[in-house]
Design a protein around this ligand. Structure first.
Ligand SMILES: [Cu+2]
Length: 231
């Protein structure tokens, strides 16, 4: 190995190391006082469901207070990212526009009616989602842009990845109602709520088999909108 190659290798290691330490670093060490839930969401013959929100609501008393959190709903390449964003009630969400054209974000959902008129960059004030419910987002300029902010009363929630799995940590022992939600959930889609008991230091398992409506979105047609965007 040449000296130059060694330098590169060393530089690469130095760059990677801090990430590895963070990834493998200590998780919240609570001495085994809390438990966790590993959830699986599937449809049909067991296909994993992505973007499902699994939440746990304590049945014995109110959920603990948590300080208001912040979250981000990006706009990239004329799409909202992520498609589904679960947040705790009271969360302030910023809507940065990472495209070099303007977007006009709005929602007519009862849980949060708002509008961010045509803008580029990040609007100065975030939008606070102060009522539980599902907020469907759209863009006045790009009809196909669609995303959901699921505002939850409980701080215990997670979203499934492509593998249909989600994990919720830091649960105090007790009884909970586990719920699943997905933007395309079909009415009367199996059991979407179930009670479960969490034990300290243990991983509870829960699985939901749901039925989803077919994916349908307005066709993406950038050409048609070029004149309207106006830079
Ligand atoms: Cu747009």
């Amino acid at each position: 190995m040449t000296a130059r190659a060694r330098r590169w290798l060393w530089a690469g290691l130095v760059a990677v190391l801090p990430l590895a330490l963070v990834a493998g670093g200590p998780s919240a060490d609570d001495g085994g006082r809390t438990g966790r839930v590993e959830a699986t969401v599937t449809e049909g013959r067991g296909s994993p469901v992505e973007d499902a929100v699994v939440s746990l609501t304590p049945l014995d008393g109110a959920p603990p207070e948590r300080r208001p959190a912040a979250a981000v709903m990006d706009q990239q390449d004329r799409e909202f990212v992520p498609h589904v964003l679960p947040v705790h009630v009271g969360t302030a969400v910023t809507f940065p526009n990472r495209d070099n054209i303007r977007h006009h974000v709005y929602s007519f959902s009862p849980a949060k009616r708002f509008e961010l008129p045509l803008y580029i960059g990040t609007p100065a004030a975030p939008v606070v989602f102060d009522r539980p419910g599902v907020v469907a987002l759209g863009c006045n300029i790009h009809d196909w842009m669609l995303a959901y902010i699921h505002v939850l009363e409980t701080p215990y929630f997670a979203k499934t990845g492509r593998d249909g799995r989600a994990r919720i940590d830091g649960l105090l022992p007790g009884r909970y109602e586990a719920q699943v939600w997905h933007p395309r959930l079909r009415d009367g889609s199996g059991r979407t709520a179930r009670s479960m008991t969490i034990a300290a230091g243990e991983a509870g398992q829960i699985s939901f088999a749901v039925s989803l409506k077919r994916e349908w979105r307005k066709p993406r047609d950038p050409g048609r909108y070029q004149d309207v965007q106006g830079g």
